[in-house]
Ligand binder design. Structure first.
Ligand SMILES: NC(=O)c1ccc[n+]([C@@H]2O[C@H](COP(=O)([O-])OP(=O)(O)OC[C@H]3O[C@@H](n4cnc5c(N)ncnc54)[C@H](OP(=O)(O)O)[C@@H]3O)[C@@H](O)[C@H]2O)c1
Length: 221
């Protein structure tokens, strides 16, 4: 943990679209952030870009394996086709951590819901019981994360995990990033959340936008 007791967050594959968006939100909220990549130089370049945008110097860039080892919570944001290979290569580094799987196995060009099991269930099977896997952020558009930093995001987050305490921790993290988050059951349910991403992409295409997401109603807080 950092000196302020906020957990250190690593974005694994954090050089693309979704990872930097999440990193900006949490760095703005004061969380210590590490950008991970297969190449350290690429991670450092993304970290420098994000630091410049926020006027800070604290975001670091490391190779994925080192990023995972130094973090308390790791967010997997590699391209979905690399999901299994990335997890297998990081298995040892992730032991004892919370791994948040943001993967939605949906092809942007032909958006269809994926078949079970959920990506996050596959992740838990690959990583074993020493890693607390949480599925989250699959429906949160990268475009929206980067826009209007400091303002609440109009995107709700469905959180699935077999570990309710880990899920609560990620609900707090989502809220720190300006999102509303809700516990939505165990890891098997996450395949439905991935399928919603196919709908979200379809909505974006139909309305010529990049900001479609989902909202939960009927729960008073
Ligand atoms: N884009 C969105 O709006 C959005 C929204 C919600 C969820 N998601 C999910 O978030 C994840 C990332 O999406 P994205 O749009 O950010 O993807 P992306 O920009 O296409 O790629 C993300 C990163 O994946 C890494 N990568 C590529 N090939 C790899 C390989 N063979 N092995 C390991 N890493 C590899 C790259 O990092 P390095 O080259 O630096 O290693 C790349 O920067 C996906 O699972 C997606 O479903 C995306």
């Amino acid at each position: 943990m950092s000196s302020k007791s906020l957990p250190i967050i690593a974005l694994l594959g954090g050089t693309g679209k979704e990872g930097p968006g999440l990193a900006l939100r949490w760095a703005s909220a004061g969380y210590p952030i590490i950008i991970g990549s297969r190449q350290r130089e690429k991670a450092e370049a993304t970290a420098a870009e994000l630091n410049l945008r926020l006027g800070i110097t604290s975001i670091r860039g490391l190779e994925n394996s080192q990023a995972a080892r130094q973090a308390d919570i790791c967010i997997l944001t590699v391209v979905y086709t690399a999901h299994q290979a990335a997890l297998e290569s990081l298995r040892a580094d992730l032991q004892g951590k919370i791994l948040v799987d943001a993967t939605a196995r949906v092809d942007f060009r032909d958006p269809r819901p994926p078949s079970p099991p959920a990506a996050a269930r596959l992740a838990q099977d690959i990583l074993g019981p020493g890693v607390r896997v949480v599925a989250a952020f699959q429906n949160v558009p990268a475009f929206s994360l980067r826009k209007n930093l400091g303002e609440p995001l109009h995107a709700d987050v469905l959180i699935c995990s077999d570990d309710p305490a880990a899920a609560q921790e990620i609900i707090r993290l989502a809220e720190a990033g300006g999102m509303q988050a809700y516990f939505a059951g165990n890891l098997d349910n996450a395949v439905v959340v991935e399928g919603l991403t196919a709908l979200v992409i379809g909505l974006n295409k139909a309305y010529g936008i990049k900001t479609a997401s989902i909202g939960v109603s009927g729960i008073s807080r």
